[in-house]
Design a protein around this ligand. Structure first.
Ligand SMILES: [Zn+2]
Length: 421
């Protein structure tokens, strides 16, 4: 029987298809992209039902009476970008710190001048939900204009339960009022607040005993994330927090190996984390541990660039080891202001030495896996959601190459056109 379509993208120059998409733990990772010319894409109720030669559409697809046609206008269709790691909801401006850092002032000077994450915490605690929403909505629209169709947003600038819940409500309102798909992550264990430094274990116990059950009760968060690092949370504390989340239905994620290799990767594999993120310092042992584990290694080239690190995450070694590498922006107020997906693609090529095809797959399909949605998002394939970005580009190579230029002309989410440049 012919598929029925209520949405068709036609007049495309080409569409970027992934012939061997990674399908989760135990399956091979394919890094090829096929730019198939003159295809049309048909969807029903947001799900792709047919991709084929434009000339065969009317023979092979039944068009519903109210079928909507999206004019591809000779553009290149790629899957919507998935940004699987952001701290998009925050308040305050830390541009002075950025300038100090660029001038070589040590981080301790910046802290002494009232900077760092705790400055953002103060600002977020002081803002109303309305103010936080307005600031974050503007950033989200910017991300959408660069082709991000799914975004993960973490809490973690409250560091007290009422503010963490306030952040979750802001994320939920963004999800309800803007067309981008949003996944919320609870990250109460982002830093130890200044007034809890005398007894961090008591702070960890409070997160596990009081915060996580409250967060789970709201149903507003899918994931539970922790910053495993010296001066943040030890591996033992991180395990406790992630296990408490699991007991309440929150799937684990972890910030691991950003500055020091403490065992965050081992914990991620042991506990079955959906992703392990940063991995700047991960060595051969960590890469071997990740191989075949199902944990999605997510690297953040914007952050290592923004922090002017001499070293970037070992993405080439991860690909060589067969890992389903993902990339994301890590947009946040302190260590990374990069947000646009095209910029992240450029940085993945320049800093991580990815090919254009690798960068595209890492920033779409594999990032969708990092959100546990690799079976329904992240690729232009029958059975998946029709989330597509139409680019003014002749090849996927131009995405990274045309650095800092936004090539996005139209964005479609779930078969609905939601943005036009
Ligand atoms: Zn982060």
């Amino acid at each position: 029987m012919k598929p029925v379509a209520d949405c068709v993208i036609h007049h495309l120059a080409a569409a970027a298809l992934f012939p061997r998409p990674y399908r989760g733990k135990g399956t091979p990772v394919g890094w090829e992209v096929e730019e198939r010319p003159h295809v049309s894409i048909a969807a029903r109720a947001g799900t792709i039902v047919w991709i084929g030669p434009a000339g065969q559409l009317s023979d092979e697809v039944t068009l519903a009476a109210d079928c909507r046609f999206v004019n591809g206008a000779g553009r290149l269709a790629v899957p919507g970008f998935v940004d699987s790691h952001t701290h998009l909801v925050y308040a305050g401006d830390r541009s002075d710190e950025f300038e100090m850092r660029v001038q070589g002032r040590p981080y301790l000077d910046i802290l002494a001048a009232g900077g760092g994450i705790l400055r953002t915490v103060e600002a977020v605690r002081a803002r109303s939900e309305e103010e936080l929403f307005d600031e974050a909505a503007a950033r989200l629209i910017e991300a959408l204009a660069w082709g991000t169709t799914t975004i993960e947003i973490k809490t973690g600038y409250g560091l007290d339960l009422p503010t963490e819940l306030k952040m979750l409500r802001v994320i939920d309102r963004l999800r309800r009022e803007l067309p981008v798909r949003i996944v919320a992550t609870f990250m109460g264990a982002h830093a130890v607040p200044a007034d809890r430094r005398a007894d961090p274990d008591a702070f960890v116990d409070e997160i596990c005993r009081d915060w996580i059950p409250e967060v789970a009760k709201t149903g507003l968060a899918a994931f539970n994330d922790v910053f495993t690092e010296n001066k943040a949370f030890s591996v033992a504390q991180s395990r406790k927090i992630l296990e408490a989340g699991l007991a309440h239905g929150l799937r684990p994620k972890i910030h691991a190996d950003e500055i020091n290799v403490l065992g965050g990767v081992d914990l991620a594999v042991e506990i079955g984390a959906v992703s392990a993120d940063h991995l700047l310092m991960t060595g051969p042992a960590g890469i071997a541990r990740l191989a075949g584990s199902g944990v999605i290694p997510t690297v953040l080239p914007g952050t290592s660039t923004y922090l002017m690190e001499a070293h970037h995450a070992p993405a080439r070694a991860m690909i060589a080891a067969g890992l389903p590498l993902a990339i994301a922006s890590d947009h946040n107020p302190g260590s990374c202001q990069f947000l646009g997906a095209g910029l992240v693609q450029t940085l993945a090529m320049l800093q991580l030495r990815l090919t254009a095809a690798e960068a595209l797959i890492a920033g779409t399909l594999h990032a969708a896996h990092a959100l546990g949605q690799g079976d329904r998002l992240g690729a232009l394939e029958v059975g998946r959601q029709l989330d597509a970005v139409l680019l003014e580009a002749t090849s996927i190579r131009q995405i990274g190459y045309r650095a800092g230029q936004n090539l996005v002309r139209q964005v479609i989410i779930g078969g609905q056109p939601v943005f036009q440049a």
